[in-house]
Design a protein around this ligand. Sequence first.
Ligand code: 5GP
Length: 114
Amino acid sequence: MADNIFAKIIRKEIPAKIVYEDERALAFRDVDPKAPIHILIVPKKDIARVSEAKAEDEPLLGHLLTVAAEIARKEGIDVTGYRVVINKGAHAGETVPHLHVHLLGGRPMNWPPG
Ligand code: 5GP
């Protein structure tokens, strides 16, 4: 059983501000938000990072994105726009070894990212 922080949040062993849950995914507010809206969408399945997802996980990966879009509508950032981000590895700044999709919005963002 994984013991990283997001696995513990999924198992409800530690608290989080949960905004969405279904049988396959959980979404909660980032504890250190980088934008006015910063929500993390995670699969309940133990997948460490995107590079470790398998072909059988493709429907689950797609589900994470449709959940992100649904949350964005509920959070009121669908019209102004938002960014979805998956960090993989050191150069991207991955810090938690459980796959997570960042949903960021509520302010203009630069491109390319830093
Ligand atoms: P990464 O850098 O791995 O792509 O993103 C990890 C994110 O998890 C960071 O934005 C960080 O603020 C967030 N985070 C780390 N620990 C916790 C926690 O205990 N609770 C919540 N809600 N977010 C966390």
